[in-house]
Each structure stands twice: as C-alpha cells, then as structure tokens.
Design a protein around this ligand. Sequence first.
Ligand SMILES: *[C@@H]1O[C@H](CO)[C@@H](O)[C@H](O)[C@H]1NC(C)=O
Ligand SMILES: *[C@@H]1O[C@H](CO)[C@@H](O)[C@H](O)[C@H]1NC(C)=O
Ligand SMILES: *[C@@H]1O[C@H](CO)[C@@H](O)[C@H](O)[C@H]1NC(C)=O
Length: 488
Amino acid sequence: MADLHIFFLPFLAPGHMIPLVDLACIFARRGIKATVVTTTANVPLIQPTIDIVNAGDASLRHPIQLLPLYLPCSEVGIPEGHENLTAFPDPDASKLVAATDKLELSFSLLLQTHRPDCIVADLFYPWAIHVAKQFATSLISFHGSNCFVPTIMSILHGGELNQDEIETERPIEVPGIPSKIHLSLSQLPNFVLRPAEFQKKMRESYSRSHGIVMNSFYELERDYVDRAPNSSNRKLWFVGPVSLQNRDLDAKIVRGRGAASMDDDYFLSWLGTKTPRSVLYVCFGSLGRFTATQMREIARGLEATDRPFIWVVWHAGEPSDWLPEGFENRAISSGKGLMVQGWAPQLLILNHEAVGGFVTHCGWNSCLEAITAGVPVITWPLFADQFLNEKLLVDVHRMGIAIGAKLCSLKPEERTPVKGEQLTKAVDELMGNGEEAEERRKRARALGETARRAVEEGGSSYENMTRLIQELISLKAVGGSSEFTEAS
Ligand SMILES: *[C@@H]1O[C@H](CO)[C@@H](O)[C@H](O)[C@H]1NC(C)=O
Ligand SMILES: *[C@@H]1O[C@H](CO)[C@@H](O)[C@H](O)[C@H]1NC(C)=O
Ligand SMILES: *[C@@H]1O[C@H](CO)[C@@H](O)[C@H](O)[C@H]1NC(C)=O
C-alpha cells in the first residue's frame, strides 16, 4: 500500500474532538499515517489517547503524530487558555469562531512543511477548502452529526418555511419520508431558520469537498441516505460508531478529557451492587445548562422514582442553591443515587449491565453511545440539532420516550420547563415491566447488535472505510484533487 498521510483537524469542543481523534486512531490502525492538528491548550487532552494507541497497538505502521497550532485568543477577546466551546456557550460561539478563523494561516504553513495527501477537517472550519485547494490536497469534511439531520433540514427548506410560524409550537408533519415525524419550527435551531454568513460558508465548503465522513452507520439511516441533500453527486462514507473501534484499548483511554469527581473504579463498584437494568443514567452533555428551578425539578423527579440513578451535573454554585432541601441526605447519602460534578465515564456506565435507561440531551455522540450500548432512552433535547436526533431515536427507531421539550434554545430560561412528575412518569414507563417497555428494550438491544456488526471486518462501516482509503490512494496516484467534479 502506498503511504498515505492524512491531517485531522478537529473542532475545539469535546463533542467534535473525541470522535475525530477516534477516527484518526482508526485510520492509523489501518496502516495510514495520521497527524492530528490542534491548538496548544488542547494538546494535553489529546496526547494521552494518542500515546495509548501508539503504545498499545504493536501492528501500527506509523505512530500517530500531534502538531500544535497557536490560537490567537487575546486578539479576539478570549481569555488565554480557554480554547474550547465550553467556555463560550453563546448561541453562535462567535468569538471562538473568530479565533479559529485565524488558524487558516498557521495551518497552511503546516501543510507546506508536511504535505499530507488529504485533510479530514471538521465542518466547522469552512476555510479548510481554500487551503486544501491551495496545496492540491483532498478535503474530506467530517460531519460530527448524521445524515438524517441534513436530510430533514433540506426537506423543510425545500418547502416554504413560514417565518410567522417560527416561534410557534404547532407541529408540522415532515413530508416525503418513510417514518411519521412531527416537529414544530420552534424545535429547530436558529441557524436552520435564518442561516448566517458562517453557515453559508460552511455549506459552500461542504459542497466543494471531496466527500463527507459521518460518525454514523448505514443501517441506522438507510432510508435517509438517498434523500440526503445532493446525494447523487456527494460522497458519503459511514464509518461509525467510531467509539466502538478502539475498544481493545478503550479501557485505558480517558474519554472524559477532564478530571471527573470520582474515578472509574468507584462507578464500577457502585454499579456492581445494583441489579441488572435497574439504574437510570442522567446526563445532558458538557454544554447542557439549566435554570436552578429546572435543576430542582430534575432532582424531585429522580427522588420520586424508585430507581437508583447516576446524575451528571454541570451546574455552577452551591448545591443548596439548586437542590431541594434535604435531597443530598435522602437521595445521595442514602446510597440511592450518585451525583457527579463534571465528566463521567459515560461509555463505561452505559455498557454496564446494571444500567437500564438513559436520560439524554440527544447530542449525537450520546445518541450513538446509547445505541451501541443498546440502552433505551428518555429524550430531553435542548439546542442545536438535538431535537432532530430525538426524532431519529424516538420516531424512526422507537427506542425512546420523548420528555416533551418544545423549544430549541441555548438559553435555559427560554426553554419549556419540565416538571419533576413528568420525569418520574417517563422513567417508570421506560424502565417498567410493561409489554411496550419490553419491546422498546428489545429494539434498542437489536440496534446495538447492528452497530457492532457494522464496524467488524466485512461490516458496512468497515467496508466504507476500506473504500475511502482505496479512493484516497487512487487520488494520490493521480496527483490529488480536492474538488468534486461530475466525472468522478
Ligand atoms: C476550556 O474552557 C474552560 C473555561 O470554560 C477552561 O477552564 C479550560 O481550560 C479550557 N480548556 C482548553 C483545553 O482550552
Ligand atoms: C447542492 O448542489 C448545488 C449545485 O450542484 C449547490 O449549489 C448546492 O450548494 C449543493 N448543496 C449542498 C448542501 O451541498
Ligand atoms: C457504505 O456502505 C453502504 C452499505 O454497505 C453502501 O451501500 C454504500 O455504497 C457505501 N458507501 C460508500 C461511499 O462506499
């Protein structure tokens, strides 16, 4: 095999970075020379994973490299060292985007020195297409989401979006797809309804790249692939779930990328005392924020179920300000539940036999992790594409119960409040013994099996990856070309 060298450029948010670094590791383990490029402050987060893969896989032909870029924080008014989206949960993250726009020059200097054959860049770097063209390198866009989301969005755009209805919660049926899906325009993110300059640039880059790799698998979205925007002249490679593919080394990889308040062994021994499928896992991702009132309702809802739970919390301030009085004594010290501040080892928890349900914000990584673990979900989407992911889990694959969130917004105070009773009811329904609950569990388990088969040798994701590698090798042979043409 010709030596292929690929640069990977992940966006600066855990939800984007973790899967793209996983993908770089998978390429490396299939004989490709992989180099991850990130900003200085993010190097320590990625290095441990790379070290483990480099040391752990004796068959690696090329060790994975990590190259740092300087992110000009102070130029755009970002405090030094805050090189991630977590620091800027404003709706368009405009400061961080302004800073990452300035990476173009230093990134092109790296290209000049290293001359990779291909760049796999997050869709959030719309300038990647310009540098790829400048160096006659192929650009593959990395889409941290799935194919279902852009398909539904383009169907909605194809129809006339009635601007008057954007704020309303009246559900409309999405036409022309095999599953019945209702959504209201208030469940769609602003960038879909009123695309800004950044989204337009992103779309341009997307349509000029050589193709798109998705952290998803074909069987999950079979009915939506051909309906994806420009599917006839757009190459889509389904290579996920990427988190499943470094499994042999997985236990050693710290996916939290930050200090958890408890170590893995603590979770394992706590879970070990619970009966199979009895524990509820509750986590809203690293950007999920709530009002203090909503936090109290979640606590009340969890306390009122008779299920043990693990609740991952990112709320600032004194717990007494956002927990019902006495909650910690009654629900935590009693041994009923665990409350974790910050990162929790989600894959480890979801894949433990004691876990039987997952309350999720429907970020795509969490959706995939629920799917691969075969755990049914309660969906509580908050912002971005999360409401659309909810439809894929609840309406297409019928492995979840929607809590009933109606308004897509990064601002906690704008969202529909959910009562503790609603949560308790959904948990009892999800984890109870009824026939419907049993069928839902079976569907979730079956989908998990399908995901695992997809990444095994001969599976759809494995083979998509093989074809992608072959294609990049033949592109290299003809001198590389990044722009899609009708003839290719
Ligand atoms: C991410 O942002 C937080 C501030 O919210 C900061 O404390 C942390 O150091 C940042 N991490 C990196 C890798 O930039
Ligand atoms: C689809 O293709 C058309 C023309 O080929 C292009 O203008 C448009 O931007 C493409 N859309 C996407 C989402 O790639
Ligand atoms: C990915 O796999 C699916 C299912 O096997 C296949 O239909 C599709 O053509 C593959 N895509 C590419 C780009 O090879």
